[in-house]
Design a protein around this ligand. Structure first.
Ligand code: AN7
Length: 352
């Protein structure tokens, strides 16, 4: 098998790069599409369900797809520093790719609301981390102003190269399945990823690589559902801190994708998210972060509407290791602690 070159080389002709673009890559992309029969079983009707496990990217989330493009283009433009606001994953990816490209990375995060694994990454990758007393939306307002006034490139999903890179996940799905799935289930925060997937599906469809287009099914956490409720949420709250976003920047594009694809948006409660999270981990051996599980929670909530025999893909945007606190506090494991270190005790606990 040939070594995977990273998504820019793999999909070069579909991306706004030239021979003079310095490709900054960690060999992101080519993530597995995994069947999840226990989820399909809960739906029945001969439905096939897969998860696109984008938590297996180099920094553990789909953000790497966008960041290889954003940082390569920033490098091409001669930029020396980048900045982003982040609920965690964007900051990890921005830090990794920027530092690899020899740039400074400034990341603004909501103090106390970034999962431990993500914070650890930003620090280890050498970002300059600014934790503000405010939420993601406030942080984004600030970084937009900073990038307007100072020589620093913004790498949030308002940067068009981010979505260009992220659209390659839709290409991978069609390359793997032979055509688009019937439903694409995806969590929404800023709604950059749903926008990017839709772009990718359309481009492949227009080029004749898929006869069909999917329905775009977007899901948000109930405490943070500005797109579902067509509003702005000033105090978003959810266990899925990755999507704790009250004023999505790609709102209009996401609404357009829903309309054009005959899709739908729906919210899922934190309880439903955790149920799906445990189902994926405990029955399928797939560990994702809570925000990602919203895609499966949403699918299960809408299961009566799935057509018989349909193929459904749920996007698992981030790795479960990102948020160890959530994992340790939300599982049904048999965890026996403080045991005497002897055979008798161990055998007894094992039930022998
Ligand atoms: C795991 O890192 O916004 O709808 O600052 O980390 O494209 O925003 C993360 C978003 C879904 C939502 N799943 O994607 C950030 C950030 C995970 C995420 C989303 C995020 P968008």
């Amino acid at each position: 098998m040939q070594d995977w070159p990273g998504l820019i080389e793999a999909y070069r002709t579909w991306l706004p790069v030239s021979n003079s673009t310095p490709v900054v890559t960690l060999r992101e992309g080519a993530t597995p599409l995994i069947p999840v029969p226990s989820i399909a079983e809960r739906i029945g009707k001969g439905v096939k369900v897969y998860v696109k496990y984008d938590g297996l990217n180099p920094t553990g989330s789909f953000k790497d797809r966008g960041m290889t493009m954003a940082i390569s283009k920033a490098k091409e433009a001669g930029c020396e520093a980048v900045i982003c606001a982040s609920t965690g994953n964007t900051s990890a990816a921005a830090a990794a790719y920027a530092r690899r490209a020899g740039m400074r990375a400034f990341v603004l995060i909501p103090d106390g609301y970034v999962a431990q694994g993500k914070l650890a990454q930003a620090l280890v990758y050498g970002a300059e981390v600014l934790a503000i007393r405010g939420n993601f939306d406030k942080a984004l307002d600030i970084v937009r102003e900073v990038s307007d006034q100072y020589p620093v490139t913004l790498v949030n999903s308002v940067n068009p190269y981010r979505l260009q890179g992220q659209k390659t996940a839709a290409f991978e799905l069609i390359d793997a399945l032979g055509e688009a799935p019937d439903w694409l289930c995806i969590p929404m925060g800023n709604a950059g990823n749903i926008t990017a997937y839709w772009m990718g599906f359309q481009e492949y469809h227009q080029a004749g690589r898929s006869r069909t287009l999917p329905r775009m099914m977007g899901f948000q956490a109930s405490g943070s559902a500005p797109l579902v409720n067509e509003t702005t949420v000033t105090d978003p709250e959810t266990i899925a801190t990755a999507i704790r976003i009250g004023n999505p920047v790609n709102r209009e594009k996401a609404i357009a994708a829903r309309a054009a694809s005959n899709g739908a948006f729906l919210d899922v409660t934190d309880e439903e998210i955790i149920q799906a999270y445990k189902l994926l981990g405990g029955h399928e051996g797939v560990f994702c972060e809570p925000a990602s599980a919203a895609s499966v929670a949403g699918l299960l909530k809408r299961k009566d509407e799935v057509p018989a025999g349909a193929t459904v893909v749920c996007v698992l945007t981030g790795n479960g290791l990102k948020d160890p606190d959530c994992a340790i506090n939300n599982n049904d494991a048999a965890f026996h602690t403080d045991l005497e270190p002897d055979l008798g005790t161990v055998a007894r606990v094992m039930g022998f």
